[in-house]
Design a protein around this ligand. Structure first.
Ligand SMILES: *[C@@H]1O[C@H](CO)[C@@H](O)[C@H](O)[C@H]1NC(C)=O
Ligand SMILES: *[C@@H]1O[C@H](CO)[C@@H](O)[C@H](O)[C@H]1NC(C)=O
Ligand SMILES: *[C@@H]1O[C@H](CO)[C@@H](O)[C@H](O)[C@H]1NC(C)=O
Ligand SMILES: *[C@@H]1O[C@H](CO)[C@@H](O)[C@H](O)[C@H]1NC(C)=O
Ligand SMILES: *[C@@H]1O[C@H](CO)[C@@H](O)[C@H](O)[C@H]1NC(C)=O
Ligand SMILES: *[C@@H]1O[C@H](CO)[C@@H](O)[C@H](O)[C@H]1NC(C)=O
Ligand SMILES: *[C@@H]1O[C@H](CO)[C@@H](O)[C@H](O)[C@H]1NC(C)=O
Ligand SMILES: *[C@@H]1O[C@H](CO)[C@@H](O)[C@H](O)[C@H]1NC(C)=O
Ligand SMILES: *[C@@H]1O[C@H](CO)[C@@H](O)[C@H](O)[C@H]1NC(C)=O
Length: 597
């Protein structure tokens, strides 16, 4: 009994200690917060958080709203007294309720434990949030889902906030913006919220994502959820899940459980049906669609041992047959292959829905196929094709892709749009005969200046940008099959990522850019390093895709640091990007005029 009391007391004590006095306050000067010594003559005492909210551009909100934002009349509120109403009594009220509960729990993390203690004072203002959502039928994010929202307040004895949006997903973004406007004044120990808010906002691009590889190294569901939480805080809406690869098959398929039995690193390094569905719902109520990728016909191996449809698996020397060990590709001549794929597509479509599907399709190695006697025999004797490189590229690969796509569409009962990585297939002269632009979206991973991007745009493809010269988060670490650094070094800093604008890459054709994704391949990453690889760099790209600001990263620096700090308060181990001194002494660290090199 006594022990328990001591524990509670020490927690309370810790909170009181956090709000102990400081010799410093902040003053807003020319749009930045200046750390200032507090004297007997100081008349206006702003805490750092208050100053950031009132002084920084766009109220410090990340990503920067595309429309106007104004906040005024900071009022002390009781953080326990948030409530909501909705015009919905049908389809989506459950989603709204879940999003509201996430909001109230996250603002408590954001303001810290001292704020929660302060709520004992019940005379403080309460906040009511009214949701006005006009489209009740949109339950998942599709390619055209409207995500815009507005926020207005009306005065009265409570702070009455109205969020208007077409869809639940727009309204949820409104909540995310509100959560950034609830602040803790650590000079006086109070929670503040603007009683007067006006925001109009909506994204430039509808596809704003992160690609995570969970096959090179396993990533725990808990770490995936942390990723989704940080994505929601940054208004990213697409979690592209690279579920399987040559080195492991952690996905537990309902129709072919043997693939994970053979292919998972261990019996507990798997994603079961229950786990997958839990992650999808966790993401959905945070405004995120989960897009599965079943990469083929390369990047397969472990798991498929009992099926007999692969070739080159674990062949040596590996560098003759693939780009990294272990090697492995499908043998497209095997009819049974398409039956298994159809089953797998069925399992995935049932869980992930039929809005869009990622079929991978990168890095076919021709030497592997050429060395596969069953395939070459079939090509010559059954198809009458020669064994020149062109036959593999323009006949065998398209044969695989069109058969696989047929099975996907059959299972989906409709022409679900297919995403493929850019490759030697998508670079072919007559690619539109093989991959009709009405059915296929190309995810580009070449460098942003590669001419193949313009060629694809001219052929009328919609594209998703993951250009490796800016958006590959695995670059800049040690080589793992050689000494020295890895292939796409150097490390891509948040500034490079922020300035990677679709409008500059797809000049005059950015309307064909659906958006983009940062990509984390996990040869040298996984559960332990996940947060610091992804954050805050993915948040930098989130603003580029949401707002596509006309200015460069230097205009965003203070808000970036503030957002990184927010992510940390939410429990994300976001990487440090500057000494905290720079965060607290705004505009003193950049070498003005020199940082555009
Ligand atoms: C406060 O203001 C008074 C009157 O102007 C001045 O004499 C005094 O030096 C100031 N104190 C400080 C610490 O600046
Ligand atoms: C609720 O959802 C169903 C199925 O998606 C749809 O048919 C119906 O119109 C929706 N109801 C309202 C009020 O929008
Ligand atoms: C809050 O604002 C909404 C929309 O303006 C209005 O319908 C509602 O009556 C207001 N509620 C209170 C308690 O003022
Ligand atoms: C600020 O908001 C509070 C709470 O809604 C309200 O009571 C007060 O009148 C407002 N002050 C101004 C100057 O608008
Ligand atoms: C809110 O702020 C706007 C713009 O600053 C102002 O016009 C309006 O009167 C304010 N409303 C309230 C209720 O304070
Ligand atoms: C070719 O296919 C046959 C029949 O499935 C199989 O027995 C044989 O091992 C395969 N040969 C090679 C080289 O893969
Ligand atoms: C592309 O198609 C055109 C017209 O059908 C044909 O003349 C050309 O040879 C094809 N190119 C290749 C590389 O197959
Ligand atoms: C290009 O794609 C758009 C959207 O898919 C379509 O409406 C248009 O007809 C296409 N144009 C050509 C020339 O294929
Ligand atoms: C983009 O459009 C402008 C104005 O029409 C034109 O001058 C420019 O050459 C175009 N650039 C490209 C790369 O198409």
């Amino acid at each position: 009994m006594l022990h328990k009391i001591i524990v509670i007391f020490s927690v309370i004590n810790g909170c009181i200690h956090l709000s102990s006095s400081s010799k410093w306050h902040y003053q807003c000067t020319e749009g930045f917060c200046r750390k200032t010594l507090t004297t007997e003559n100081t008349t206006s005492l702003l805490s750092f958080a208050e100053c950031n909210l009132l002084c920084l551009n766009h109220a410090g909100v990340w990503p920067m709203p595309t429309g106007s934002i104004s906040v005024a009349n900071l009022t002390e509120i009781n953080i326990q007294k948030f409530s909501f109403t909705t015009n919905q009594d049908t389809n989506i009220s459950n989603s709204v309720e879940k999003a509201f509960h996430i909001f109230t729990s996250e603002i408590k993390s954001l303001v810290g434990c001292s704020a929660v203690l302060q709520a004992k004072n019940s005379n403080l203002a309460s906040v009511q949030i009214n949701f006005q959502i006009t489209d009740q039928s949109t339950k998942d994010i599709g390619l055209g889902t409207v995500e815009t929202y507005t926020i207005e307040t009306s005065s009265g004895n409570i702070i009455n906030v109205t969020i208007r949006a077409k869809t639940f997903f727009g309204a949820r973004h409104g909540l995310e913006t509100l959560s950034q406007l609830v602040i803790y004044d650590d000079l006086r120990g109070r929670v503040l919220f603007p009683a007067n808010i006006s925001v109009a906002d909506g994204p430039v691009y509808g596809w704003r994502g992160i690609m995570l590889d969970t096959a090179r190294n396993y990533v725990t569901p808990k770490a995936i959820k942390r990723t989704l939480k940080a994505m929601a805080a940054s208004k990213l809406n697409t979690f592209h899940w690279h579920l399987t690869d040559t080195s492991s098959f952690p996905y537990v398929s309902k129709s072919h459980p043997e693939l994970a039995e053979y292919g998972a690193y261990s019996p507990n390094k798997v994603y079961t049906d229950a786990t997958v569905r839990d992650i999808i719902e966790y993401a959905r109520v945070r405004g995120i669609r989960v897009v599965p990728e079943l990469d083929a016909p390369a990047h397969v191996g472990e798991g498929w041992q009992s099926t007999g449809v692969t070739t080159c698996f674990d062949w040596t020397p590996w560098d003759k047959y693939c780009v990294e060990p272990p090697c492995g590709q499908f043998d497209p001549s095997r009819e049974q292959l398409y039956d298994i794929l159809e089953d797998l597509y069925g399992d995935m479509l049932d869980q992930f829905g039929t809005n869009v599907f990622h079929m991978g399709g990168d890095e076919i190695n021709l030497a592997c196929w050429k060395a596969t006697a069953n395939l070459t025999n079939w090509m010559v004797s059954e198809k009458g094709w020669d064994l020149e490189a062109a036959s593999f590229l323009t006949k065998v690969w398209p044969y695989f892709q069109s058969n696989a796509a047929k099975r996907l569409h059959k299972k989906a009962g409709k022409n679900v749009p297919i995403i493929l990585w850019s490759s030697d297939l998508t670079n072919q002269e007559n690619v539109t005969d093989i991959l009709p632009p009405s059915d296929y979206i190309i995810q580009v991973w070449s460098s942003g200046s590669d001419s193949s991007i313009r060629t694809l745009l001219n052929k009328n493809y919609s594209i998703i940008l993951s250009n490796s010269d800016a958006l590959y988060l695995d670059c800049g670490f040690a080589g793992w099959v050689t000494s020295g650094n890895n292939w796409c070094s150097p490390y891509k800093g948040w500034q490079t990522i922020y300035d990677n604008k679709p409008i500059n890459i797809a000049v005059n054709k950015s309307n064909q850019v659906l958006g983009g994704e940062t990509a984390l391949w996990t040869e040298e990453a996984g559960t332990s390093s996940l947060d610091s690889r992804l954050w805050p760099r993915s948040a930098a790209f989130a603003e580029t895709l949401w707002t596509e600001p006309a200015t460069d990263w230097s205009e965003a620096e203070e808000r970036m640091l503030l957002h990184r700090d927010r992510l940390v308060r939410l429990g994300i181990e976001a990487d440090e990007i500057q000494p905290e001194w720079c965060f607290r002494n705004q505009q003193t660290c950049p070498i003005l005029g020199k940082f555009n090199n």
